[in-house]
Design a protein around this ligand. Structure first.
Ligand SMILES: C[S@@+](CC[C@H](N)C(=O)[O-])C[C@H]1O[C@@H](n2cnc3c(N)ncnc32)[C@H](O)[C@@H]1O
Length: 286
């Protein structure tokens, strides 16, 4: 029965499928959200676009990563790429001081509206920008190609950029462009924390052996996707290609990559694979 429902759902257009699966997740998590006072004001799944799970807890988890690995302080200027409904912005409201800064952008108008409504009053200085960019899964009607989008940032104004669970919905040429835009936006020495699904030969063998809860299938150029009809639903790219795109953008990966729990064994507690890229300090390269 479950598999029949899944096959039927995969025939729906992405926006309808996302709304339907969001509604199901919302209903399933309702009792828990009503029981737990911390979870009562969560934006509904259909709005927040961030997959299942505890919205606030996921935000705290990512905040901890930013503090530990990206050197977040109250005076940091933060760029949140694909900010969704503010899972990261919500805890940053209490962390960033008046001399810090936050700009988040997303292709989802509903998500940006939710951020402005929920967080704008507490932090009128936070900027939430709607990006009219085309992504087949999240905004098929977007006017601008991902590969042509210019981030709403000045050169070198950002201390910390992040893209959590965004590159897992983008093709490689788009990721390469976003990495270049992030590098442009960062100050020398700034950091870019991003997550993705990364493949090595050994990991592909584990997927083929059925050890991944995510049903990835081979697609093209070494990428694997969950749904070939809508590749942006979830895309895994070769680790070598992600590393090459990071290097081509002028960013270093001094600590490599921490593999996440989507494909055990994992090196940290997050779902997707974690990359902490660094823009080299001025004068550090010949
Ligand atoms: C799984 S959600 C993650 C949201 C948020 N980063 C978080 O961790 O809570 C993916 C988000 O990426 C956004 N998105 C997809 N493609 C994008 C693009 N090309 N540029 C900016 N945002 C994008 C979607 O609208 C969605 O809000």
């Amino acid at each position: 029965m479950k598999s029949i429902l899944k096959s039927a759902a995969s025939l729906l257009p992405p926006a309808v499928r996302r709304a339907a699966s969001g509604a199901v997740l919302d209903l399933a998590s309702l009792p828990e959200r009503l029981r737990d006072p911390d979870r009562r004001d969560e934006p509904w799944q259909t709005l927040h676009n961030v997959g299942g799970g505890d919205f606030a807890a996921a935000g705290r988890h990512n905040l901890d990563l930013l503090t530990r690995y990206a050197g977040l302080t109250p005076s940091s200027r933060v760029l949140d790429i694909g900010c969704g409904a503010g899972r990261m912005a919500a805890p940053l409201v209490y962390v960033l001081g008046a001399n810090g800064g936050y700009v988040g952008f997303d292709v989802s108008r509903a998500a940006i509206r939710a951020c402005r409504q929920r967080l704008g009053r507490a932090r009128p200085d936070f900027r939430f920008v709607h990006a009219d960019v085309r992504n087949r899964e999240y905004r098929a009607s977007g006017a601008v190609a991902e590969t042509a989008f210019v981030f709403p940032t000045a050169d070198g104004e950002i201390d910390i950029a992040m893209a959590t669970s965004v590159f897992s919905h983008m093709r490689l040429d788009s990721i390469a462009h976003y990495l270049r835009e992030a590098a442009r936006s960062l100050k020398p020495g700034g950091r870019f924390l991003f997550t993705a699904f990364a493949l090595t030969e050994e990991r592909v063998a584990r997927i083929e052996a059925g050890r991944s809860p995510m049903r990835f299938k081979p697609w093209k150029d070494g990428a694997w996707v969950v749904d070939p009809r809508s590749p942006e639903r979830a895309i895994a790219h070769p680790l070598s290609a992600l590393k090459a795109a990071t290097a081509a953008a002028g960013l270093d990966l001094p600590n490599g990559v921490a593999f996440g729990c989507w494909l055990p064994p994992s090196a940290y507690s997050g779902g997707q694979d974690l990359f902490i890229a660094v823009k080299p300090p001025a004068g550090s390269r010949p």
